[in-house]
Design a protein around this ligand. Sequence first.
Ligand SMILES: *[C@@H]1O[C@H](CO)[C@@H](O)[C@H](O)[C@H]1NC(C)=O
Length: 425
Amino acid sequence: MFHFHLVFVFPSLLVRASRGRSSFISSNFISRYAWTSRWVESKHKSDYGKFKLSAGKFYGDAERDKGLQTSQDARFYALSTRFEPFSNKEKPLVVQFTLKHEQNIDCGGGYVKLFPSTLNQEDMHGESEYNIMFGPDICGPGTKKVHVIFNYKGKNVLINKDIRCKDDEFTHLYTLIVRPDNTYEVKIENSKVESGSLEEDWDFLPPKKIKDPEAKKPEDWDERAKIDDPEDKKPEDWDKPEHVPDPDAKKPEDWDEEMDGEWEPPVIQNPEYKGEWKPRQIDNPSYKGKWIHPEIENPEYTADSSLYAYDDFGVLGLDLWQVKSGTIFDNFLITDDEKLAEEVGNETWGATKEAEKKMKEQQDEEQRKKQEEEDKKRKEEEGDEEAEGEGEDNEEDEEEEEEEEPEKEGEGEEEETEGPLKDEL
Ligand SMILES: *[C@@H]1O[C@H](CO)[C@@H](O)[C@H](O)[C@H]1NC(C)=O
């Protein structure tokens, strides 16, 4: 049988894993210089955002961490690459890639789509029919999930579970495994975050059982567990008014019936009042329990043992929208070998993540120091130029002013001169 040990590493070289691990590294390296010829930008719209090859602002390895980076804000992106077509019938399918939202993403897609080979890449767009969509989607604090969408008989079916994605600025490894026994697994950083059965976690098929439309609750079906005790009777002296005139109240001496009307004593709560009488509750002798609607086999249901299978994969696409750009996609891998995927994950994301983190921490530290020095310098300069003792207030005003539109600058200056004057008064 044809093994689709497809190692499809950034940016586009398709290598059979059986050629050995070393080809993975070398193809990875070589292909970085020819990526533009292997990826096709859709012309469906004229204003798609551009991808560029970049390792970003911080990385673990300047060469190996180069990936496809979105470079323009508030754009749709539509880029794809073709590989030797294959079917995943009777084989596992592993889709894996790394993703880095180094821009601290606010809203945007971070997923890949696997298309059949029949896709016209130059016309790829949001509605182009795909087989599988997999990867993170972030929008505001409300949406931070990993999509796993399968096309089933022409319909896109979303997973019923909520898989949370990473939302920081570092590179993360995302893996989807779909197996011929119709189970699946989603991994982040080579660790399982979700797994189960395709049939249970997606609504591919109508439900196996449905409520019998013929069945009806019998009219005499008694669902009351307790009933009023027919023996229990209200005591004759039960009923007493809730409020009674205050027996201690006395008509004021200066009450003038002509002026004030007839005197009535104020009412008070009746201490003998017993409230509403309710009969004692007893077990209902004809209680039958809650009626359960009987279920029957759903005539619309037909089992499908090949939910996982697709005849034809041929294109991997990045079809997404991003508000703030800067996301880097890298280390794409499609294979039928779960272990190989884990190894590749280790050799790519695993090998550079620590160094990436370190570089980011250094940059943050340098940035912090620089900011500190700038603040200090500004303070000193302001101290020289302006009246002593007002440094702090002025600085705050100025910082706000810098962020404002140019035409507002006048206002800002006014405020600034106003501040110290007020203080002096
Ligand atoms: C990947 O790395 C982890 C952590 O070091 C290790 O436990 C695991 O065995 C590795 N997997 C493979 C397939 O090499």
